[in-house]
Write a protein that binds this ligand. Structure first.
Ligand code: NAP
Ligand code: MG
Length: 493
């Protein structure tokens, strides 16, 4: 037996036997100030109202720090700082702009461990994900876009690429630092200035990024970061001084923003929710597909807009898939995000936990059967949920139609590729999809008919800065990443 594994007796478990690893706690502890102001014009300043809000660790409910709540007056200050900075920043030689992006990327790498720990503390995601995905990908976005800064005319041959101007960027809580990098890097590379609004529950890594921007001497006002709640977002989105708004978050808020900006000349991109299908054909490598299902839905507690939350399994292999899926699910370790063995961390907030539980109750009421991870009792403090899947789900059920944004998989079956396609596309969303088959021709055929911005074939939830990402239908419009993503931050003349 592996010496680091020990059997856990029934007395310590809520739902039966399980295996537990010895703890492997992360040693690094980032410095967290008691209080952070708003980052405007290159400096941390008090919010004009003096109002602060607490940010807590969702795994312990411990207060980590307090941050400023920006109101309309602060938004005005930030937009005017960005406007003033824009006049200079757009004229800096592109190769000089690139150097700032490379410096930011390198500084993120130097501080990678601290940033990863901070992300896991503030947001609840397991350290192995923030360490291996969020932070390295954030650095990559700055490296990648730094590379484009002096080649924009080649990205769009025959056209002259001009910055759009001042961009407001509103981001959610599921990938706080990565989303900030994802938004800021292309905007800066294209010569724009930015006002970023992080989500209420996860402000700390955006503020750590603000410190990095100071360290690399980014000119004041080029990036401004306003913390606060939804009201801050709403007042930023409606400020008349913007040229561009980029939003990632719920479809509900996205629709409101689209309505408000209709008829104005503010450029808008929306990256919204999803209910992405993951389709397993009989001839797929089932063991490989199981890993893809796990990565698709239980990664980051299911807090992923492109989560493969609807699983479609061809009838002939459904028993095998469910048996293997259950076995794999039981091996997931849930708990302290700062333990390097943890696979599934804490749900981001109490409100989100309540929302997910509401969906489970609804699913059971509609006749679905719940299968969840057994294993040790979950901590008393914090917001926890066992990863689970639902069988007996019908396409009309709420759990098959609405985005749950939690570790909940709805399993359905199909007989023919046509049926799989019809059911997969039967959704108002169109962000991502997965196809699993041994047959290349089937993969190409099905992938080309899926109405989704990203289709993963024999894999799931893979990202790269050079690969455009975005949705169809109610999942939004516009692309982020890659050459296509630059388009949103440029006027081509
Ligand atoms: P949300 O309200 O759309 O939040 C996204 C961002 O928009 C946050 O920074 C939020 O600020 C801000 N915001 C809220 N109201 C706004 C408004 N009226 N105008 C401008 N900005 C506004 O999403 P949520 O409440 O955090 O999550 C709700 C559901 O949305 C989730 O259950 C999930 O289904 C979906 N969601 C999708 C994504 C995605 O990546 N597509 C990400 C997160 C959530 P505050 O956080 O400070 O309120
Ligand atoms: Mg928090």
């Amino acid at each position: 037996m592996c010496p680091r594994l020990k059997a856990v007796s029934n007395s310590n478990t809520e739902l039966g036997d399980s295996w537990e690893y010895e703890p492997a706690p992360e040693g690094t502890r980032p410095e967290i100030s008691d209080s952070y102001g708003l980052f405007i014009d290159g400096e941390f300043v008090e919010p004009s109202s003096g109002k602060m809000m607490k940010t807590v660790s969702p795994s312990t409910e411990e207060v980590l720090s307090e941050v400023g709540v920006a109101d309309a007056e602060d938004v005005d200050r930030a937009v005017s700082a960005a406007r003033t900075a824009s006049a200079k920043w757009r004229r800096i030689a592109p190769r000089e702009r690139a150097k700032y992006l490379f410096r930011i990327a390198r500084r993120i790498q130097e501080k990678a461990r601290e940033l990863a720990v901070l992300e896991s503390m503030d947001g609840g995601k397991p350290i192995k994900e923030s360490r291996d995905i969020d932070v390295p990908e954030a650095a990559k976005h700055f490296f990648y876009h730094g590379g484009w800064a002096d080649k924009l005319d080649y990205a769009f041959p025959g056209r002259q690429a001009k910055p759009v101007g001042v961009a407001a960027q509103i981001i959610p809580w599921n990938f706080p630092l990565l989303m900030a990098a994802w938004k800021i890097a292309p905007a800066l590379a294209c010569g724009n200035t930015v006002i970023l609004k992080p989500a209420e529950t996860t402000p700390l890594t955006a503020l750590a990024l603000a410190e990095i921007l100071q360290e690399v001497d980014l000119p004041p006002g080029v990036v401004n970061i306003l913390t606060g709640a939804g009201k801050t977002g709403a007042s930023l989105a409606s400020h008349p001084g913007l040229n561009k708004l980029a939003f990632t978050g719920s479809t509900e808020v996205g629709k409101k923003l689209a309505e408000n900006l209709a008829g104005t000349d503010v450029r808008l991109t929306l990256e919204l929710g999803g209910k992405s299908p993951n389709i397993i054909f009989e001839d797929a490598s089932i063991d490989q597909a199981i890993e893809g299902i796990v990565a698709g839905i239980w990664f980051n507690q299911g807090h992923v807009c492109c989560a493969g939350s609807r699983l479609f399994v061809q009838e002939g292999v459904v028993d095998e898939v469910l048996e293997k899926l259950d076995l794999r699910m039981q091996s997931l370790r849930i708990g302290d995000p700062l333990d390097k063995n943890t696979d599934v961390g804490a749900i981001n907030s109490r409100a989100q936990l309540r929302r997910i539980r509401g969906y489970l109750t609804q699913g059971k009421k509609e006749g679905a059967e719940l299968h969840r991870v057994r294993g040790p009792k979950l901590p008393d403090k914090g917001f926890w949920m066992r990863p689970c899947y639902l069988t007996g789900v019908q396409p009309a059920h709420v759990v098959a139609r609405e985005e749950i944004f939690g570790p909940v998989l709805s399993v359905m079956t199909f007989r023919t590729p046509e049926e799989a396609l019809r059911r997969a596309n039967n959704t108002p969303y169109g962000l991502a999809a997965g196809v699993w088959s041994d047959k290349g021709s089937r993969i190409f055929d099905v992938a080309s008919k899926l109405k989704a911005g990203v289709v993963w074939c024999n894999t799931y939830n893979r990202f790269d800065a050079s690969s455009p990402f975005g949705g169809f239908k109610e999942s939004g419009f516009g692309r982020e990443g890659g050459r296509q993503g630059l388009r949103a931050y440029l006027n081509l003349v």
